[in-house]
Design a protein around this ligand. Sequence first.
Ligand SMILES: N[C@@H](CCC(=O)N[C@@H](CSC=O)C(=O)NCC(=O)O)C(=O)O
Length: 281
Amino acid sequence: MTDVVQVSKVRCFDGWQYVFKHPSETVGCEMTFGVYIPDHKQNDEKLPTLFYLSGLTCTHANFIEKSGFQRFASKHRFIVVNPDTSPRNVNIPGEDDSWDFGSGAGFYVNATAEPWSKHYRMYSYVVEELPQVAAKVAPIDNHKMGIFGHSMGGHGALVIGLRNPQLFKSISAFSPISNPTSCAWGIKALTGYLGEDKSKWADYDASLLLAKYDGPERHILADQGAEDDFLKQDQLRPEALKSTSKVQVEVRMQPEHGHSYYFISTFIEDHFTHFAKQINH
Ligand SMILES: N[C@@H](CCC(=O)N[C@@H](CSC=O)C(=O)NCC(=O)O)C(=O)O
């Protein structure tokens, strides 16, 4: 028996877009996530799987409804799993007061500061619980998993991918918050969730993790819109993502593009091609 409940199922590009919900042990509330499953042989065939992390203010729905990813997931026969961006309705005073902190803004950290530490554990949710829960409803090949995301979710994908290279064989991002210890969004979130001691923040900063990464070689693809207002406000700082001997970081500055899902949908195909290359090379 499974405690995962199907919320919806829609036919899309030779596959099915599902939404599920389940009671999460990790974050202590009900969590909703999307799963796209392309048509495949029914007999025990496991499929490569991409996990997508969304940005500030998003639920599971933004990516499903706006990115057009299903066409390419179907073409490559990849499963795609995408969670919500935070716990919700957990009765923390002020949880719904900001668009860049609390609900819709979990920042993919395990909070240690009160009153957030009991529920705001999105790092462990994505790394430990979500792959297991999703595997109850989809034929995930857990040797061929990758992670990508947008903005706050791009930060989450970079951090989680770099810290868990055995789990996630591919990493890519759209307009990631690349250096959260040095931008306003990141400083607000890390102070609130982890406390004032900045030495505790480094494990959640991709640019700092890159400098000390010593795992298997990686090629990270990051697309960035050159006209993105958040880039101009210095929230994203892609220049902080430096290649190392172990990690080639390819930041593609895309002229005339902004931060929105119009930008994501324009380049989404390349992130599926990137994943295909990383798991097959
Ligand atoms: N406060 C604004 C801006 C919110 C916004 O732009 N969110 C982005 C992610 S920003 C970094 O994580 C987003 O993906 N929005 C969802 C969408 O569908 O575009 C606002 O509330 O509009």
